[in-house]
Design a protein around this ligand. Structure first.
Ligand code: ZN
Ligand code: ZN
Length: 364
């Protein structure tokens, strides 16, 4: 619930404003200690920040990627390097039902599973980073994935001195040595915690926590994580195979991992499958992906469905129901704490001034 706004002259409100003002200056430090991050703006080098491989964040990146794929197709005369689905194959591996990577049309386009709830606020969280402005963080201590709202609320409490710097779920101190940090992950890995494999892979990928940067090791850990069900590992593997910068470009593997992630509910993997189908001229399949992703809260996919409606590839009813479902997804993921974090990021990114930011916080 929002507190009623008080006039600037109201004394307790001024106190609140003053304390918020001081808070804002030191908040970043405490935010990084509770490990929240999102896809655009990593504010943490701490435990298990959930940052996906960056791709398709802008048109330019996508265009160069598309050219890259085009190149690989041209080299082979026709599109035999990869194929996107089961009913429009042109000679790719997934044309073959005996292929272990074969995914049927029905399986690929079935409704995604419900989103997981944050164990603290019990509100749904997206599978990908930064869907409807919501991101998550992994706690290496207890293996829990918490939402950015709960992480931000903890950071505020730590900032005010009301709470120790500990995991807001299991109360284990967040600050620890690099050695201890890796030890925590390894302990979780012994329990076959998919997220632990994925996050240790991330640390190798980035060369953090005293580890050497090692893509081979990262891919090995991502693969194990994907096998154990980490959608983010599938997504990140897909991006690495698609980019072909640190490993051979392999579109068969990339598509396979995008599909695995998308089937599990990863909103951005679904969007990229739509982009790839669109690039390939398969508008029907592209729109199917975009509709599913948009209904899950993926904003770029919603724009694509809107364009599809304008161009006559999507019916009015389908566009309307997609819009409603998109809104529903974002609404059910909204909370005051999550909005506060979003506002903090806007301030941190320089989109709003400190004065405006403090004014917004006072509105809560
Ligand atoms: Zn939460
Ligand atoms: Zn914990």
């Amino acid at each position: 619930m929002h507190e009623p706004k008080l006039k600037d002259g109201a004394s307790h409100n001024n106190d609140k404003a003053a304390s918020i003002s001081t808070d804002v200056d030191t908040l970043s430090t405490n935010i990084s200690n509770v490990n929240i991050s999102n896809s655009k703006n990593s504010v943490s080098e701490g435990a298990g920040h959930d940052k996906d491989e960056e791709i398709l964040s802008n048109k330019k990146e996508y265009t160069s990627l598309a050219q890259n794929i085009e190149q690989c197709n041209t080299d082979n005369g026709k599109r035999e390097q990869y194929s996107l689905g089961s009913n429009n194959c042109v000679g790719g591996k997934s044309d073959n039902n005996e292929d272990e990577n074969f995914i049927s049309y029905d399986e690929l386009f079935k409704d995604p599973p419900p989103k997981n709830d944050c164990p603290l606020c019990m509100l749904p969280m997206p599978f990908a980073a930064d869907v409807c402005g919501v991101s998550t963080s992994y706690q290496g201590c207890c293996g829990k994935v918490l939402c950015c709202g709960c992480g931000f609320a903890s950071a505020l409490e730590i900032n005010k001195g009301n709470m120790k710097e500990w995991c807001s779920f299991c109360r284990v101190p967040i600050q620890c040595s690099e050695k201890e940090f890796i030890k925590r992950f390894k302990k979780r890995m012994k329990l076959n915690d998919a997220d632990a494999f994925y996050h240790l892979g991330l640390e190798y990928r980035n060369g953090n926590k005293g580890l050497p940067q090692d893509y081979e090791k990262a891919i090995e850990l991502y693969s194990k994580a994907a096998e154990l069900g980490s959608l983010r590992a599938d997504y990140n593997l897909a991006v690495l195979y698609m980019k072909g910068q640190v490993t051979e470009q392999d579109m068969d593997k990339a598509i396979h991992h995008y599909e695995q992630a998308a089937i599990g509910g990863h909103e951005v993997a679904r969007y990229i499958l739509g982009m790839l189908e669109e690039e390939d001229g398969n508008l029907d399949r592209a729109m199917k992906h975009f509709v599913i992703a948009a209904k899950s809260g993926e904003e770029r996919s919603l724009k694509k469905v809107g364009e599809g409606y304008k161009d006559g590839h999507v019916t009015k009813d389908e566009y309307a129901s997609t819009l409603r479902a998109y809104q529903h997804s974002c609404d059910e993921m909204k909370s005051e704490d999550r909005s506060k974090y979003e506002e903090f990021l806007r301030y941190k990114d320089g989109h709003v001034s400190k004065a405006e930011y403090i004014k917004t916080l006072r509105g809560y």
